[in-house]
Design a protein around this ligand. Structure first.
Ligand SMILES: O=C[C@H](O)COP(=O)(O)O
Length: 318
């Protein structure tokens, strides 16, 4: 990841000045979706780029050490070796960006990756994910324990109650404390945009999260009714750009929830390149939070290489 965003003092004047033109945002998002994505000959390369940006995720009540083991194996070898060899990419060390699990599964993931001799990062959701409706002290302790178990990235959820009632100072202080609890672990702050209402609130929450020192801002938990959408991404990307112009600090972006197809991943990369530039289409500043996306990307790569679609048993770990 890049140099960390140290944050800044809360600037309430900046927050209160925020206005978002909804029609302009919707139009921009539509424009990006309507773009011709990448030329056929570059498609496989872009799909592999998308793979390297994935936080390969399992966040289910029935997660066990064995499915976390399987997730780790897939993350370290996300695309079948023979397919990578055909693309002359077999020796490029392609892995996903991280694996993402619940706090209780961090130790399992760390153990499996270590056994596989992999330096892949383990990310953990924390702070009462997904609702965040537990006391602050409990949320902070959860962060500390996940870090203690070896998580190098922590995906916190914000306290939506504070954002919805415009208690920006209190929200800032909570996120600041989370950042302290993270220590050296990088912090991605989940806004849960599907529960925040208007774009203006999303923009303000993005700003406050960045001022409080988030390394990434992330759209959703994947558990809300509405998760990562392109319009909301335009709003968050503009906030990232404005924060960068004002402070010189680059904050990453992570859309998550409902991202399932290879084509989706290409639209997301296009959006990042167009809104923030090439650097924001690299794993140190861009992640795709997804549990099933990789399966479709691998199928499309298989198609690119062989000219036909794989049967499910041909990509067994997908
Ligand atoms: O952060 C990641 C999301 O929880 C994954 O959501 P998904 O299962 O819809 O891909």
């Amino acid at each position: 990841m890049s140099d960390r965003n140290p944050g800044m003092e809360l600037d309430l004047e900046w927050v209160s000045r925020v206005r978002v033109n909804t029609q302009a945002v919707l139009k921009r998002a539509q424009q990006i979706q309507g773009r011709k994505l990448v030329k056929k000959q570059w498609e496989a390369a872009w799909l592999l780029r998308a793979v390297t940006c994935i936080d390969l995720t399992t966040l289910a009540g029935d997660d066990t050490p064995s499915n976390v083991h399987r997730l780790c194996l897939k993350a370290t070898q996300p695309v079948r070796y023979d397919l990578l060899k055909e693309l002359d990419m077999h020796d490029k060390g392609i892995t996903t960006a991280a694996v993402c699990v619940y706090p209780s599964r961090v130790a399992d993931a760390v153990k499996f990756l270590k056994a596989a001799n992999s330096s892949l990062a383990v990310a953990s959701v924390a702070t009462g994910f997904p609702a965040g409706q537990t006391p602050l002290e409990t949320r902070l302790e959860e962060v500390r324990l996940a870090v203690q178990d070896g998580a190098r990235e922590i995906d916190i959820v914000i306290n939506r109650t504070l954002a919805l009632s415009a208690q920006w100072e209190a929200l800032y202080q909570e996120i600041r404390q989370c950042r302290e609890a993270c220590g050296d672990a990088h912090m991605k702050t989940i806004l849960a945009v599907g529960e925040l209402g208007p774009f203006t609130t999303v923009y303000k929450a993005s700003l406050v999260a960045m001022m409080a020192g988030s390394d990434f801002i992330k759209t959703s938990t994947g558990k809300e009714t509405t998760n990562a959408t392109y319009p909301v991404a335009v709003v968050m990307a503009r906030a990232i750009r404005d924060y960068f112009l004002r402070t010189g600090h680059k904050v990453g972006f992570k859309p998550a929830g409902g991202i399932r197809t290879a084509k989706d991943s290409l639209v997301w990369l296009t959006l990042m390149k167009e809104e923030l530039g090439d650097e924001w289409a690299e794993p140190h500043l861009f992640r795709l939070g997804a549990s099933t996306l990789l399966a479709d990307i691998e199928r499309q790569i298989y198609h690119h290489v062989t000219g036909r679609y794989a049967a499910y048993q041909e990509l067994p770990l997908a």
